[in-house]
Ligand binder design. Structure first.
Ligand code: NIG
Ligand code: FE
Length: 413
């Protein structure tokens, strides 16, 4: 048994059974000051205040005076498995080209798919390993990873295989989403024809392989229409693949209501958001997810968090880690941006990046809070004055140690 003692405050202490937080609940971030926590069999086995600190029977004792302990970040939206980078497109954008113009000229997602097609599994794996090491070091302890840079059966499968393997390599919960409907590859007349191909030739085998937990689509003008989305999500449901979808990045076109209609676990992006979208989310089990790293990098609007939360809805935060619109997997920065740019309070942002993120990938019983029985995936901060200091001192690393299943995380390369 491992004991962590003299914790300045344990942050995000919850009873089992809290699934996610909505509206005004997001402002509450329960903290236990001057605390201890024990870990047994890779899980949180107990915690309390120092006046009741257990004294013996430990294989390891960590005295973390001045440090906060919080659950690791839950990053519910990434494209972390990709080949190569797109810094040339970054340069083009800085000189005035838009993300959509670059995509229309054959760049963007198709560019990454080309790189994926030219790489073998060992190369792609090696690149993704580096990113996994980096994000865990920055405090991520549960992650969703999408396919979507393959766009063929073989390459999509390869991406999902790598993502699934990370659950074993890193001993953290990994959820995967099948995102063949990310862009229309050449050889298809239009998006509907490619959706036909996905539904009849790819989906059955992917579902059968068990490599995908969720189904995703980029519902957006110039990519996939509302009707494409409707058809694909209905087909996914035949294989019990629940949707987690890209909607409202550039245009609010009804994708949110479409996601809710298909009982999506999450609708992600929402940089554009109408009153109808908010109404559609009310009373649903669908988590809205904001990706402020994408807004920062593309210079597009930030998801209107205040409108969402003040309407009584929940909100999760994720990185969207990908080579085109958010080449960073740093959840600390995401939390800081959510405060500075989206006017979320530190309490709301931390709730959005932990328990709500866990819900957005179906992991809320396993991670996302300090709860007896949950995985001991924990962030131990350096000594800091308050928890709000984390987003306040943006761009700096205040993590002293990351524990995965109770063990200190040491990057493998
Ligand atoms: O979530 N918007 C769609 N997909 C990714 C970006 C893909 C890319 O540009 O490579 C996103 O932003
Ligand atoms: Fe994305």
């Amino acid at each position: 048994m491992i004991l962590i003692k003299n914790i300045k405050a344990l942050v995000q202490v919850r009873d089992q059974g809290v699934r996610y937080l909505s509206g005004a609940q997001m402002q509450e971030l329960p903290q236990l000051e001057n605390a201890w926590l024990t870990i047994e069999n890779r899980k949180i086995s107990g915690f309390g205040t120092m006046d009741s600190c257990p004294t013996d029977g430990f294989t390891e004792v960590k005295d973390v005076k001045g440090s906060y302990v919080l659950p690791t970040w839950c990053d519910s939206h990434t494209h972390l498995v990709y080949a190569g980078n797109r810094e040339k497109e970054f340069d083009m954008r800085l000189k005035g080209a838009s993300y959509q113009e670059i995509a229309e000229a054959g760049g963007g997602i198709l560019n990454s798919a080309k790189a994926m097609g030219a790489s073998d599994i060992t190369e792609v794996y090696a690149q993704a390993v580096k990113r996994m090491n980096a994000v865990i070091k920055m405090g991520t302890g549960a992650i969703e990873i999408k396919s979507g840079y393959g766009l063929t059966m073989e390459t999509e499968r390869m991406m999902l295989k790598i993502a699934k393997r990370f659950a074993y390599d890193y001993d953290i919960p990994v959820r995967t989403s099948f995102l063949a409907a990310h862009a229309v590859p050449s050889g298809f007349e239009n998006s509907a024809a490619y959706i036909d191909h996905i539904i009849s030739d790819m989906l059955p085998a992917i579902a059968e392989s068990g490599l995908a937990d969720y189904i995703d689509i980029f519902c957006e003008d110039g990519y996939f229409s509302l009707e494409d989305t409707d058809r694909l999500l209905a087909a996914g449901a035949q294989y019990s693949l629940r949707p987690k979808i890209h909607v409202n990045q550039f245009t609010a076109n009804g994708g949110v209501a479409m996601g809710v209609k298909h009982n999506a676990l999450s609708v992600d992006h929402l940089e554009e958001l109408t009153e109808e979208d908010i109404q559609a989310l009310k009373g649903s089990e669908t988590m809205p997810v904001a990706l402020p790293g994408c807004s920062l990098f593309l210079g597009i609007p930030y998801t209107p968090a205040r409108r969402i939360i003040d309407a009584g809805l929940p909100l999760a935060l994720a990185t969207d880690y990908n080579p085109g619109s958010a080449p960073s997997g740093n959840m600390n920065l995401v939390v800081a941006l959510a405060c500075s740019k989206m006017k979320m309070t530190p309490e709301e942002a931390i709730n959005a990046a932990t328990i709500n993120g866990a819900y957005a990938m179906g992991l809320e019983t396993e991670v996302g809070s300090i709860t007896v029985g949950k995985r001991a995936n924990l962030i131990i901060t350096e000594p800091i004055p308050s928890i709000g200091y984390l987003p306040y001192s943006f761009g700096q690393n205040h993590i002293q140690e990351v524990l995965i299943s109770g063990y200190s995380y040491k990057p493998t390369n």
